[in-house]
Design a protein. Structure first.
Lengths: 177, 177
DNA sequence: GGCCTTCTTGCGTCCTGGTCGCATCAGGCT
DNA sequence: AGCCTGATGCGACCAGGACGCAAGAAGGCC
């Protein structure tokens, strides 16, 4: 398996450890273009928004690794550094960031939605038995996209909702032909 | 559009009107094999289950038309004839019927799951803007299924979760190429 | 620096979709 | 008819998320 990644083994770079709780260069006027976090923050500011510490922390979590995280997981990561940040603040900021086109959310089956950077465009295959998630580049869906457009005039979006099924380990042998 | 069907225009044969509240032949020992409702009920009985009026009513709703209905809609339809049937009874019976392989549920995007007969095997394309749902026969997904199996050993199930996107009316012209 | 406006936040409440525990009811075998 | 057990109604509960409100803070302006 080359592209496969399971839900459990997500390489979880510990967010707090990198800067050990003390403010990084970000606070004293970093040039936009250097740090993606600060870049987004100044985009936010340019739109009349405010730069707050919870937003900065949330963005650091999102840019920290490419993982797919639920709002709750992100809240936990943020709260590791700022315990008072409320879950609803996370939801509101994720909404805002989605409106800005920085992040997108995806529904990987039952359970909560997961958020990741909008720059990663891929679809998801999720195993209904074990929850394993496979990220698939969009070209996997090319032929489906074409047929759906031809037959129904329907333009599919393979990113927002996962395609469910059975992974290589859970699929019954006879269904794999 | 030949196969298309929108969420709104579902041909809603009024369930109550067909028998106008009075018990049909079902009660006095109909031979199994005639009425699919009674057939399922005797399957249920054969498995140690009980035949109850709420189950019969629910099954009549399900077999009444091929529509996709939410648990709440089904509850409403059942309650039109038996007002005391509780929503949780509907949920429990739908679970039971799903375990029996009579019905399946599908998630058509956000919002509640919909239930329909297991005999109708098709996938769903759902428009994220207007909610229009298109039923697509499984062969639409054949090439995706093949590629997913080849690349990832993943066996997709296009029935359980809908593929989201934009219908012919909502898709921006440039994305339809 | 201080002020003022307006955006954000924390908090609690509410909402939807669905599950569960429990006492009661009823199907159906004997 | 009686009994056993499965089914039901009911309310409480749960997860995921949205919302209203008052207090707090960002940051433009002087």
């Amino acid at each position: 398996m080359s592209l496969g990644r399971t839900g459990g083994e997500a390489q979880e770079r510990p967010l707090a450890a990198t800067t050990a709780g003390e403010p990084i260069a970000a606070d004293r006027g970093v040039l936009p273009g250097e740090d993606p976090v600060e870049e987004v923050l100044s985009l936010l500011r340019a739109r009349g928004g405010r730069v707050t510490s919870s937003r900065r922390l949330l963005l650091r979590c999102l840019f920290g690794d490419g993982a797919h995280r639920t709002a709750e997981e992100l809240a936990e990561a943020v709260q590791a550094q700022a315990p008072d940040v409320h879950l609803s603040t996370i939801y509101r900021n994720l909404d805002e960031l989605e409106r800005l086109g920085v992040v997108v959310h995806a529904h990987l089956g039952h359970g909560p939605a997961t958020y990741h950077l909008a720059s990663e465009t891929h679809g998801h295959l999720v195993c209904e038995s074990c929850g394993t998630m496979v990220e698939a580049s969009e070209d996997l869906f090319a032929s489906l996209a074409e047929e759906a457009r031809e037959r129904f005039g329907f333009v599919i979006d393979p990113r927002h909702f996962a395609v469910l099924g059975s992974c290589r380990h859970c699929a019954p042998p006879d269904s794999r032909v």
